[in-house]
Design a protein around this ligand. Structure first.
Ligand SMILES: CC(C)(COP(=O)(O)OP(=O)(O)OC[C@H]1O[C@@H](n2cnc3c(N)ncnc32)[C@H](O)[C@@H]1OP(=O)(O)O)[C@@H](O)C(=O)NCCC(=O)NCCS
Length: 285
């Protein structure tokens, strides 16, 4: 039997026509996403919305990586509609479509209780660092190391590096990001061993993903982007194990927030010799 709330609300697949309403919901939360960021996220994945009395009051989205993995995000219920079970309904609709894939997400403190109830386990924190008033010394490169512009022929290398670092098939994501991004590749002895993209997002720019074999390589890549964009608003979302937090603080990109990475299902098998030092976005991982 339908309860009162189920009778009033309509849960359905998100369409492109919902993005303006979705953008209002994220702005209400003081999230920095522009309508262009929602469009990009929608173009890469799928979502559900809940409507109450004809108005969109909740969203949840997911993005598929190969056959076995996905990330989930943009889970928002308008403050006036929270605590009525809508967040759970949205999550259950998305999770049903994801089936038995491993699902990763980055949870705000508000989201953690809901995700725990749905079988997600905490993995570790991700710190949001950002600012515009930073000063970056020249990167100290080791012998045989170079940071060079990304070229069209590098795509297979990017695919392979991202796959090793995440344990997931990120080919389609990178193919979609690279045309709208600037990129650099880290080489050692002419071998590409890492890369970093620099993209418009939210209030300014994001350095991410940054994928490198070690902290020194990650710093060289990130220094390239920060050094050439002093005065621009730049953001990085870094997993705690990246070890970059104190360095970014010192440069003038303080930590302004923290989310908890969570996983449902077996964690994707990544190569421990290469690491994601900064995320693409919190939603896309
Ligand atoms: C997180 C959010 C989406 C939850 O939506 P919601 O519609 O209020 O959630 P629901 O009413 O469906 O509650 C879901 C479950 O979590 C539980 N829950 C929610 N907040 C809780 C809290 N602070 N402590 C303990 N349990 C909590 C509820 O009791 C409920 O459990 P039940 O389904 O077993 O009864 C909503 O709070 C929100 O939009 N927050 C702001 C944006 C945000 O941070 N989103 C998460 C991004 S990762």
């Amino acid at each position: 039997m339908a309860t009162g709330i189920e009778a009033m609300v309509d849960l359905r697949r998100m369409t492109v026509d919902d993005l303006a309403a979705a953008h209002i919901l994220s702005s209400e939360q003081k999230w920095p996403h522009r309508i262009e960021d929602w469009e990009m996220l929608f173009g890469l994945g799928f979502g559900y919305v809940v409507e109450r009395d004809g108005a969109v009051v909740g969203t949840a989205m997911a993005w598929l990586y190969g056959d076995n993995a996905a990330t989930l995000g943009m889970v928002i219920v308008s403050p006036s509609a929270q605590g009525m079970g809508l967040g759970r309904q949205l999550m259950e609709a998305v999770l049903t479509e994801l089936g038995d894939r491993t699902v990763l997400l980055n949870a705000t403190d508000e989201g953690v209780p809901l995700y725990r109830k749905l079988g997600f386990e905490p993995v570790g924190p991700v710190f949001q660092h950002q600012g515009a008033a930073f000063a970056v010394p020249m990167a100290e490169l080791i012998p045989e190391e170079r940071v060079r512009p990304l070229g069209a022929k590098d795509m297979p290398t990017l695919h392979a590096l991202a796959r090793r670092a995440t344990g997931m098939d990120r080919d389609a994501l990178l193919d979609a990001l690279v045309p709208g991004a600037q990129g650099v590749v880290l080489t050692r002895g002419n071998e590409p061993v890492g890369f970093a993209l620099f993209r418009r997002f939210g209030r300014g720019y994001v350095v991410g993903p940054t994928i490198a074999p070690d902290t020194g390589g990650a710093r060289a890549l990130i220094s390239h982007w920060l050094g050439s964009n002093s005065g621009m608003f730049c953001r990085l979302d870094i997993p705690e194990e990246s070890g970059l937090g104190a360095w970014l603080d010192e440069l003038g990109l303080p930590c302004v927030g923290r989310v908890m990475r969570m996983v449902r299902g077996p964690a994707p098998a990544s190569d421990p010799s290469i690491t994601t030092f900064s995320l693409t976005t919190q939603a896309l991982g």
